[in-house]
Ligand binder design. Structure first.
Ligand SMILES: *Cc1c(COP(=O)(O)O)cnc(C)c1O
Length: 471
Protein backbone atom coordinates (compact mmCIF):
# COMPACT_ATOMS: atom_id res chain seq x y z
CA UNK A 1 0.00 0.00 0.00
CA UNK A 2 1.39 3.37 -1.07
CA UNK A 3 0.59 6.82 0.35
CA UNK A 4 -0.19 9.95 -1.64
CA UNK A 5 -0.64 13.62 -0.72
CA UNK A 6 -3.94 15.50 -0.84
CA UNK A 7 -2.15 18.18 -2.87
CA UNK A 8 -1.07 15.66 -5.51
CA UNK A 9 2.55 16.77 -5.81
CA UNK A 10 4.40 14.29 -3.60
CA UNK A 11 5.81 11.01 -4.92
CA UNK A 12 4.08 7.91 -3.46
CA UNK A 13 5.52 6.83 -0.08
CA UNK A 14 5.50 3.70 2.06
CA UNK A 15 3.61 3.52 5.36
CA UNK A 16 6.84 3.99 7.35
CA UNK A 17 7.78 7.03 5.28
CA UNK A 18 4.32 8.56 5.66
CA UNK A 19 4.52 7.85 9.40
CA UNK A 20 7.76 9.79 9.88
CA UNK A 21 6.77 12.53 7.47
CA UNK A 22 3.87 14.41 9.05
CA UNK A 23 2.97 17.16 6.59
CA UNK A 24 3.84 16.22 2.97
CA UNK A 25 6.52 18.30 1.17
CA UNK A 26 3.80 19.85 -1.07
CA UNK A 27 1.94 21.05 2.04
CA UNK A 28 -0.74 18.37 1.85
CA UNK A 29 -1.66 15.44 4.10
CA UNK A 30 -0.77 11.83 3.39
CA UNK A 31 -3.49 9.27 2.65
CA UNK A 32 -3.47 5.71 1.30
CA UNK A 33 -3.91 5.65 -2.48
CA UNK A 34 -7.13 3.70 -1.86
CA UNK A 35 -9.03 2.37 1.16
CA UNK A 36 -9.11 -1.41 1.58
CA UNK A 37 -12.66 -2.76 1.38
CA UNK A 38 -13.76 -5.12 4.14
CA UNK A 39 -16.16 -7.81 2.89
CA UNK A 40 -19.18 -8.86 4.95
CA UNK A 41 -17.52 -12.26 5.48
CA UNK A 42 -14.32 -10.69 6.86
CA UNK A 43 -16.32 -8.35 9.06
CA UNK A 44 -18.06 -11.39 10.53
CA UNK A 45 -14.73 -13.01 11.45
CA UNK A 46 -13.61 -9.79 13.20
CA UNK A 47 -16.66 -9.46 15.47
CA UNK A 48 -15.26 -11.35 18.46
CA UNK A 49 -11.58 -10.45 18.20
CA UNK A 50 -9.73 -8.86 21.12
CA UNK A 51 -8.91 -5.18 20.70
CA UNK A 52 -5.24 -5.89 19.97
CA UNK A 53 -6.02 -8.58 17.41
CA UNK A 54 -8.61 -6.38 15.70
CA UNK A 55 -6.04 -3.57 15.61
CA UNK A 56 -3.53 -5.95 14.03
CA UNK A 57 -6.03 -7.06 11.36
CA UNK A 58 -6.94 -3.49 10.42
CA UNK A 59 -3.53 -1.82 10.67
CA UNK A 60 -1.78 -4.60 8.75
CA UNK A 61 -3.92 -3.64 5.71
CA UNK A 62 -2.32 -0.19 5.81
CA UNK A 63 1.17 -0.85 7.21
CA UNK A 64 2.18 -3.28 4.47
CA UNK A 65 5.90 -2.54 4.82
CA UNK A 66 6.05 -3.75 8.45
CA UNK A 67 6.46 -7.56 8.77
CA UNK A 68 3.31 -9.10 10.29
CA UNK A 69 5.12 -10.64 13.26
CA UNK A 70 6.68 -7.29 14.18
CA UNK A 71 3.40 -5.41 13.83
CA UNK A 72 1.57 -7.98 15.94
CA UNK A 73 4.18 -7.58 18.67
CA UNK A 74 3.92 -3.78 18.62
CA UNK A 75 0.13 -3.85 18.76
CA UNK A 76 0.04 -6.45 21.55
CA UNK A 77 2.48 -4.41 23.58
CA UNK A 78 0.35 -1.25 23.08
CA UNK A 79 -3.25 -2.27 23.75
CA UNK A 80 -3.01 -3.87 27.18
CA UNK A 81 -5.35 -3.83 30.17
CA UNK A 82 -2.49 -2.35 32.25
CA UNK A 83 -2.26 0.74 30.03
CA UNK A 84 -5.98 1.15 29.20
CA UNK A 85 -7.60 0.02 32.43
CA UNK A 86 -9.63 -2.96 31.17
CA UNK A 87 -9.39 -5.91 28.80
CA UNK A 88 -12.07 -4.28 26.62
CA UNK A 89 -9.73 -1.27 26.05
CA UNK A 90 -12.73 0.83 24.83
CA UNK A 91 -15.72 -0.39 26.91
CA UNK A 92 -19.19 0.63 25.70
CA UNK A 93 -21.94 1.56 28.20
CA UNK A 94 -25.54 2.71 27.86
CA UNK A 95 -27.30 5.80 29.18
CA UNK A 96 -30.94 5.56 30.29
CA UNK A 97 -32.25 6.85 26.95
CA UNK A 98 -30.31 4.29 24.90
CA UNK A 99 -27.43 6.57 23.86
CA UNK A 100 -24.26 4.46 23.96
CA UNK A 101 -20.95 5.82 25.27
CA UNK A 102 -17.67 4.32 24.06
CA UNK A 103 -14.94 4.94 26.63
CA UNK A 104 -11.81 6.00 24.73
CA UNK A 105 -10.25 7.84 27.65
CA UNK A 106 -8.94 5.21 30.00
CA UNK A 107 -5.28 5.51 28.95
CA UNK A 108 -2.47 7.30 30.85
CA UNK A 109 -3.64 10.89 30.13
CA UNK A 110 -7.39 10.27 30.44
CA UNK A 111 -8.22 11.43 26.89
CA UNK A 112 -8.85 9.59 23.63
CA UNK A 113 -5.56 10.81 22.15
CA UNK A 114 -3.83 7.97 24.04
CA UNK A 115 -5.58 5.44 21.78
CA UNK A 116 -3.46 6.52 18.81
CA UNK A 117 -0.47 8.05 20.51
CA UNK A 118 0.52 4.99 22.52
CA UNK A 119 0.71 3.03 19.26
CA UNK A 120 2.54 5.84 17.48
CA UNK A 121 5.24 5.95 20.20
CA UNK A 122 5.93 2.25 19.74
CA UNK A 123 5.79 2.45 15.91
CA UNK A 124 8.20 5.39 15.88
CA UNK A 125 10.69 3.63 18.12
CA UNK A 126 10.50 0.51 15.93
CA UNK A 127 10.91 2.30 12.58
CA UNK A 128 13.71 4.57 13.86
CA UNK A 129 15.67 1.64 15.29
CA UNK A 130 15.23 -0.30 12.04
CA UNK A 131 16.49 2.62 9.96
CA UNK A 132 19.15 3.80 12.41
CA UNK A 133 17.58 7.28 12.56
CA UNK A 134 16.73 9.85 15.20
CA UNK A 135 13.77 12.21 15.15
CA UNK A 136 12.75 15.50 16.72
CA UNK A 137 9.03 15.71 17.24
CA UNK A 138 7.46 19.13 17.17
CA UNK A 139 3.81 19.45 18.07
CA UNK A 140 1.08 21.89 18.98
CA UNK A 141 -1.53 21.06 21.58
CA UNK A 142 -4.66 22.61 22.99
CA UNK A 143 -4.23 20.27 25.95
CA UNK A 144 -4.78 16.61 25.23
CA UNK A 145 -2.57 15.88 22.21
CA UNK A 146 0.53 17.20 23.93
CA UNK A 147 0.21 15.19 27.07
CA UNK A 148 -0.74 12.06 25.12
CA UNK A 149 2.34 12.51 22.89
CA UNK A 150 4.63 13.14 25.82
CA UNK A 151 3.38 10.09 27.75
CA UNK A 152 3.77 7.98 24.61
CA UNK A 153 7.29 9.23 23.75
CA UNK A 154 8.87 9.87 27.17
CA UNK A 155 12.15 8.04 27.49
CA UNK A 156 11.95 6.58 23.96
CA UNK A 157 15.32 6.05 22.27
CA UNK A 158 16.21 8.40 19.40
CA UNK A 159 13.34 10.85 19.98
CA UNK A 160 13.20 14.42 21.37
CA UNK A 161 9.82 16.11 21.86
CA UNK A 162 9.17 19.88 21.55
CA UNK A 163 5.55 20.57 22.48
CA UNK A 164 3.91 23.96 21.97
CA UNK A 165 0.85 24.91 24.02
CA UNK A 166 -1.12 28.19 24.34
CA UNK A 167 -0.04 29.90 27.56
CA UNK A 168 -2.76 29.96 30.19
CA UNK A 169 -5.45 28.35 28.00
CA UNK A 170 -5.40 24.81 29.39
CA UNK A 171 -6.94 23.44 32.56
CA UNK A 172 -4.78 23.16 35.71
CA UNK A 173 -4.86 19.39 35.35
CA UNK A 174 -3.77 19.52 31.69
CA UNK A 175 -0.90 21.90 32.50
CA UNK A 176 0.26 19.77 35.41
CA UNK A 177 0.10 16.63 33.33
CA UNK A 178 2.49 18.01 30.72
CA UNK A 179 4.70 20.39 32.61
CA UNK A 180 5.43 17.98 35.47
CA UNK A 181 7.19 15.43 33.25
CA UNK A 182 10.90 15.30 34.04
CA UNK A 183 12.13 13.04 31.23
CA UNK A 184 15.20 14.53 29.53
CA UNK A 185 13.71 14.12 26.02
CA UNK A 186 10.54 16.14 26.78
CA UNK A 187 10.57 19.95 26.19
CA UNK A 188 7.45 22.01 26.94
CA UNK A 189 7.08 25.44 25.30
CA UNK A 190 4.17 27.76 26.19
CA UNK A 191 3.34 30.30 23.45
CA UNK A 192 1.78 33.70 24.07
CA UNK A 193 -1.22 33.01 21.85
CA UNK A 194 -4.01 30.59 20.97
CA UNK A 195 -3.81 26.96 19.91
CA UNK A 196 -4.13 27.95 16.24
CA UNK A 197 -1.03 30.16 16.65
CA UNK A 198 0.88 27.16 18.00
CA UNK A 199 -0.33 25.10 15.06
CA UNK A 200 0.76 27.84 12.62
CA UNK A 201 4.27 27.84 14.13
CA UNK A 202 4.49 24.06 13.72
CA UNK A 203 3.38 24.40 10.09
CA UNK A 204 5.90 27.22 9.49
CA UNK A 205 8.75 25.04 10.80
CA UNK A 206 7.50 22.04 8.83
CA UNK A 207 7.36 24.15 5.67
CA UNK A 208 10.95 25.33 6.17
CA UNK A 209 12.54 22.48 4.21
CA UNK A 210 16.09 23.30 5.25
CA UNK A 211 15.35 23.54 8.93
CA UNK A 212 13.16 20.45 8.75
CA UNK A 213 15.93 18.38 7.15
CA UNK A 214 18.77 19.71 9.26
CA UNK A 215 16.89 18.96 12.48
CA UNK A 216 14.99 15.81 11.43
CA UNK A 217 11.68 17.40 12.33
CA UNK A 218 8.48 15.44 12.38
CA UNK A 219 5.13 15.74 14.04
CA UNK A 220 2.66 13.69 16.02
CA UNK A 221 -0.17 16.15 15.52
CA UNK A 222 -3.43 14.75 14.28
CA UNK A 223 -2.24 15.27 10.69
CA UNK A 224 0.05 12.26 11.22
CA UNK A 225 -1.33 9.33 9.24
CA UNK A 226 -0.31 6.83 11.94
CA UNK A 227 -2.74 8.43 14.36
CA UNK A 228 -5.64 8.30 11.96
CA UNK A 229 -5.11 4.63 11.16
CA UNK A 230 -4.94 3.73 14.87
CA UNK A 231 -8.24 5.54 15.44
CA UNK A 232 -10.01 3.61 12.67
CA UNK A 233 -9.80 0.52 14.91
CA UNK A 234 -12.13 1.74 17.67
CA UNK A 235 -14.93 2.52 15.23
CA UNK A 236 -14.95 -1.18 14.33
CA UNK A 237 -14.72 -2.15 18.01
CA UNK A 238 -17.53 0.24 18.95
CA UNK A 239 -19.69 -1.01 16.10
CA UNK A 240 -19.31 -4.63 17.23
CA UNK A 241 -20.06 -3.72 20.85
CA UNK A 242 -23.20 -1.80 19.83
CA UNK A 243 -24.69 -4.47 17.55
CA UNK A 244 -25.47 -8.15 17.55
CA UNK A 245 -25.19 -8.64 13.80
CA UNK A 246 -23.57 -6.96 10.84
CA UNK A 247 -27.02 -6.28 9.37
CA UNK A 248 -27.38 -3.39 11.82
CA UNK A 249 -26.25 0.16 11.24
CA UNK A 250 -24.82 2.48 13.88
CA UNK A 251 -24.16 6.22 13.93
CA UNK A 252 -21.22 7.77 15.75
CA UNK A 253 -21.29 11.17 17.41
CA UNK A 254 -17.84 12.74 17.70
CA UNK A 255 -16.80 15.82 19.71
CA UNK A 256 -14.63 17.50 17.08
CA UNK A 257 -11.90 20.09 16.73
CA UNK A 258 -9.15 19.21 14.28
CA UNK A 259 -11.38 16.62 12.55
CA UNK A 260 -8.88 13.82 13.23
CA UNK A 261 -11.20 11.62 15.22
CA UNK A 262 -14.20 11.79 12.91
CA UNK A 263 -11.88 11.52 9.87
CA UNK A 264 -11.03 8.02 11.11
CA UNK A 265 -14.78 7.32 11.29
CA UNK A 266 -15.12 8.48 7.70
CA UNK A 267 -12.36 6.06 6.67
CA UNK A 268 -13.98 3.17 8.59
CA UNK A 269 -17.23 3.94 6.75
CA UNK A 270 -15.41 4.03 3.39
CA UNK A 271 -13.92 0.63 4.24
CA UNK A 272 -17.43 -0.76 4.45
CA UNK A 273 -18.20 -0.63 8.18
CA UNK A 274 -22.02 -0.26 8.38
CA UNK A 275 -22.01 3.29 9.78
CA UNK A 276 -25.28 5.13 9.19
CA UNK A 277 -24.26 8.72 10.05
CA UNK A 278 -21.23 10.56 11.36
CA UNK A 279 -22.43 13.32 13.67
CA UNK A 280 -19.90 16.11 14.12
CA UNK A 281 -20.30 17.93 17.44
CA UNK A 282 -18.64 21.32 17.83
CA UNK A 283 -18.60 23.84 20.66
CA UNK A 284 -18.86 27.64 20.27
CA UNK A 285 -16.04 27.37 17.72
CA UNK A 286 -18.42 26.11 15.07
CA UNK A 287 -16.48 26.35 11.82
CA UNK A 288 -17.15 22.65 11.09
CA UNK A 289 -20.83 22.92 11.95
CA UNK A 290 -21.09 25.80 9.49
CA UNK A 291 -19.47 23.70 6.76
CA UNK A 292 -21.67 20.65 7.24
CA UNK A 293 -24.80 22.81 7.29
CA UNK A 294 -24.02 25.29 4.51
CA UNK A 295 -21.04 23.96 2.54
CA UNK A 296 -19.06 27.10 3.43
CA UNK A 297 -15.66 26.57 5.04
CA UNK A 298 -14.27 29.76 6.47
CA UNK A 299 -11.51 29.21 9.02
CA UNK A 300 -11.14 32.01 11.53
CA UNK A 301 -8.21 33.76 13.11
CA UNK A 302 -7.18 33.63 16.75
CA UNK A 303 -9.25 36.76 17.47
CA UNK A 304 -12.44 34.89 16.49
CA UNK A 305 -11.53 31.70 18.35
CA UNK A 306 -13.25 31.57 21.72
CA UNK A 307 -11.78 30.08 24.86
CA UNK A 308 -14.49 27.69 26.02
CA UNK A 309 -15.16 25.10 28.70
CA UNK A 310 -14.45 22.34 26.17
CA UNK A 311 -10.96 23.69 25.36
CA UNK A 312 -9.69 20.76 23.28
CA UNK A 313 -12.27 21.73 20.65
CA UNK A 314 -11.29 25.42 20.54
CA UNK A 315 -10.10 25.11 16.97
CA UNK A 316 -11.09 27.22 13.97
CA UNK A 317 -8.87 25.62 11.35
CA UNK A 318 -9.48 21.89 11.26
CA UNK A 319 -6.24 20.47 9.90
CA UNK A 320 -7.55 16.98 9.04
CA UNK A 321 -10.56 18.34 7.23
CA UNK A 322 -8.48 18.45 4.04
CA UNK A 323 -8.45 14.64 3.99
CA UNK A 324 -12.24 14.47 3.83
CA UNK A 325 -12.48 17.23 1.21
CA UNK A 326 -9.93 15.31 -0.90
CA UNK A 327 -12.29 12.30 -0.96
CA UNK A 328 -15.31 14.57 -1.50
CA UNK A 329 -13.64 16.15 -4.56
CA UNK A 330 -12.94 12.69 -6.01
CA UNK A 331 -9.29 12.87 -4.92
CA UNK A 332 -8.35 15.69 -7.28
CA UNK A 333 -5.17 17.28 -5.89
CA UNK A 334 -5.45 20.24 -8.26
CA UNK A 335 -8.81 21.18 -6.80
CA UNK A 336 -7.47 20.80 -3.24
CA UNK A 337 -4.57 23.13 -4.03
CA UNK A 338 -7.03 25.69 -5.38
CA UNK A 339 -9.39 25.39 -2.39
CA UNK A 340 -6.58 25.68 0.17
CA UNK A 341 -5.14 28.66 -1.68
CA UNK A 342 -8.49 30.31 -0.86
CA UNK A 343 -8.10 29.18 2.77
CA UNK A 344 -4.62 30.72 2.75
CA UNK A 345 -6.00 34.13 1.78
CA UNK A 346 -8.50 33.94 4.64
CA UNK A 347 -11.43 33.82 2.22
CA UNK A 348 -12.28 30.15 2.62
CA UNK A 349 -14.40 28.27 0.09
CA UNK A 350 -17.97 27.30 -0.66
CA UNK A 351 -18.93 23.71 -1.53
CA UNK A 352 -22.67 24.26 -1.29
CA UNK A 353 -23.13 22.26 -4.52
CA UNK A 354 -21.67 19.23 -2.75
CA UNK A 355 -24.08 19.32 0.22
CA UNK A 356 -26.24 16.41 -0.94
CA UNK A 357 -23.16 14.28 -1.47
CA UNK A 358 -21.83 15.30 1.97
CA UNK A 359 -25.07 14.29 3.68
CA UNK A 360 -26.34 11.38 1.58
CA UNK A 361 -23.21 9.67 0.28
CA UNK A 362 -20.86 10.44 3.17
CA UNK A 363 -23.43 10.48 5.98
CA UNK A 364 -22.26 13.66 7.72
CA UNK A 365 -24.43 15.89 9.90
CA UNK A 366 -23.42 18.45 12.51
CA UNK A 367 -24.64 20.55 15.40
CA UNK A 368 -23.08 22.57 18.17
CA UNK A 369 -23.22 22.67 21.95
CA UNK A 370 -22.66 25.86 23.94
CA UNK A 371 -21.47 26.45 27.50
CA UNK A 372 -25.00 26.32 28.95
CA UNK A 373 -25.78 23.12 26.97
CA UNK A 374 -22.60 21.55 28.29
CA UNK A 375 -23.43 22.34 31.93
CA UNK A 376 -27.03 21.16 31.47
CA UNK A 377 -25.90 17.90 29.88
CA UNK A 378 -23.31 17.17 32.58
CA UNK A 379 -25.95 17.83 35.28
CA UNK A 380 -28.61 15.77 33.45
CA UNK A 381 -26.33 12.76 32.94
CA UNK A 382 -25.34 12.95 36.61
CA UNK A 383 -28.98 13.14 37.74
CA UNK A 384 -30.34 10.49 35.37
CA UNK A 385 -27.42 8.07 35.04
CA UNK A 386 -25.38 8.76 38.18
CA UNK A 387 -22.10 9.42 36.39
CA UNK A 388 -19.94 12.43 35.57
CA UNK A 389 -18.99 13.00 31.91
CA UNK A 390 -16.37 15.47 30.79
CA UNK A 391 -17.33 18.70 28.98
CA UNK A 392 -16.29 17.47 25.49
CA UNK A 393 -18.20 14.23 25.87
CA UNK A 394 -21.15 16.30 27.10
CA UNK A 395 -21.03 18.30 23.85
CA UNK A 396 -21.28 15.01 21.97
CA UNK A 397 -24.20 13.74 24.05
CA UNK A 398 -26.07 17.03 23.60
CA UNK A 399 -25.63 16.88 19.81
CA UNK A 400 -26.54 13.17 19.64
CA UNK A 401 -29.77 13.83 21.52
CA UNK A 402 -30.56 16.80 19.30
CA UNK A 403 -29.93 15.04 15.96
CA UNK A 404 -31.13 11.53 16.83
CA UNK A 405 -33.65 10.09 14.36
CA UNK A 406 -36.36 7.57 15.35
CA UNK A 407 -34.74 4.18 15.91
CA UNK A 408 -31.23 5.45 15.29
CA UNK A 409 -28.54 3.76 17.39
CA UNK A 410 -25.86 6.30 18.31
CA UNK A 411 -22.46 5.67 19.87
CA UNK A 412 -21.05 8.83 21.48
CA UNK A 413 -17.28 8.80 21.71
CA UNK A 414 -16.06 9.68 25.20
CA UNK A 415 -13.02 11.82 24.43
CA UNK A 416 -11.86 12.63 27.99
CA UNK A 417 -12.65 11.88 31.63
CA UNK A 418 -14.30 14.39 33.96
CA UNK A 419 -11.22 14.46 36.24
CA UNK A 420 -9.37 16.59 33.67
CA UNK A 421 -11.91 19.42 33.89
CA UNK A 422 -12.81 19.81 37.55
CA UNK A 423 -13.81 23.50 37.33
CA UNK A 424 -16.48 22.96 34.71
CA UNK A 425 -17.78 19.85 36.47
CA UNK A 426 -18.09 21.87 39.71
CA UNK A 427 -19.92 24.60 37.80
CA UNK A 428 -22.37 22.02 36.47
CA UNK A 429 -23.08 19.90 39.57
CA UNK A 430 -21.60 21.84 42.50
CA UNK A 431 -18.29 21.64 44.34
CA UNK A 432 -19.37 18.90 46.74
CA UNK A 433 -19.69 16.08 44.22
CA UNK A 434 -16.44 14.08 44.26
CA UNK A 435 -14.91 13.58 40.78
CA UNK A 436 -13.39 10.11 40.35
CA UNK A 437 -9.69 10.17 39.50
CA UNK A 438 -7.18 7.31 39.08
CA UNK A 439 -5.12 6.92 42.29
CA UNK A 440 -1.81 7.34 40.44
CA UNK A 441 -2.76 10.94 39.60
CA UNK A 442 -3.91 11.97 43.09
CA UNK A 443 -1.26 14.68 43.70
CA UNK A 444 -0.64 15.70 40.09
CA UNK A 445 -1.18 19.47 40.48
CA UNK A 446 1.30 19.75 43.38
CA UNK A 447 4.29 18.36 41.43
CA UNK A 448 6.99 20.84 40.28
CA UNK A 449 6.48 22.09 36.70
CA UNK A 450 8.97 22.78 33.89
CA UNK A 451 8.06 24.99 30.88
CA UNK A 452 9.66 27.66 28.64
CA UNK A 453 7.42 30.63 27.77
CA UNK A 454 7.99 32.17 24.29
CA UNK A 455 6.41 34.92 22.16
CA UNK A 456 4.10 33.97 19.26
CA UNK A 457 6.90 33.73 16.73
CA UNK A 458 8.43 30.78 14.79
CA UNK A 459 11.97 32.20 15.03
CA UNK A 460 11.91 32.08 18.83
CA UNK A 461 10.87 28.42 18.69
CA UNK A 462 13.61 27.62 16.16
CA UNK A 463 16.19 29.16 18.50
CA UNK A 464 15.10 26.98 21.40
CA UNK A 465 15.21 23.84 19.26
CA UNK A 466 18.70 24.69 17.96
CA UNK A 467 20.03 25.45 21.42
CA UNK A 468 18.54 22.33 22.96
CA UNK A 469 19.89 20.01 20.28
CA UNK A 470 23.30 21.70 20.32
CA UNK A 471 23.55 21.25 24.08
C1 LIG B 1 -8.56 16.34 20.73
C2 LIG B 1 -9.86 16.30 21.42
C3 LIG B 1 -11.06 16.51 20.74
C4 LIG B 1 -11.10 16.84 19.26
O1 LIG B 1 -10.65 15.79 18.46
P1 LIG B 1 -10.18 16.07 16.94
O2 LIG B 1 -9.59 14.80 16.48
O3 LIG B 1 -9.18 17.19 17.01
O4 LIG B 1 -11.40 16.47 16.18
C5 LIG B 1 -12.24 16.40 21.45
N1 LIG B 1 -12.24 16.15 22.78
C6 LIG B 1 -11.11 15.96 23.46
C7 LIG B 1 -11.19 15.71 24.92
C8 LIG B 1 -9.88 16.02 22.81
O5 LIG B 1 -8.75 15.82 23.50
Amino acid sequence: MKYISTRGETAPQTFSQALLMGLAPDGGLMLPESYPHISAATLETWRDLSYAELAFQIISLFATDIPAADLRKIVNQTYTAEVFGSADITPVRRLHDGILIQGLSNGPTLAFKDMAMQLLGNLFEYVLAREGKTLNIIGATSGDTGSAAEYALRGKAGIQVFMLSPEGKMSAFQRAQMYSLTDANIHNIAINGMFDDCQDIVKALQNDERFKEEYYLSTVNSINWGRIVAQVVYYFKGYFAATSSNEEKVSFCVPSGNFGNVCAGHIARQMGLPIHRLLVATNENDVLEEFFKTGRYKPRGAAQTWVTSSPSMDISKASNFERFVFDLMDRDGTQIRALWAEVGTGKGFDLQLQLDKIHEQYGFAAAKSLHADRLRTIAAVYAEDGELVDPHTADGIKVARQLRQAGEKIVCLETALAAKFADTIAEAVGKDIPIPRPAALADLETLPQRVTVLPNNPTAVKMVIKETLAG
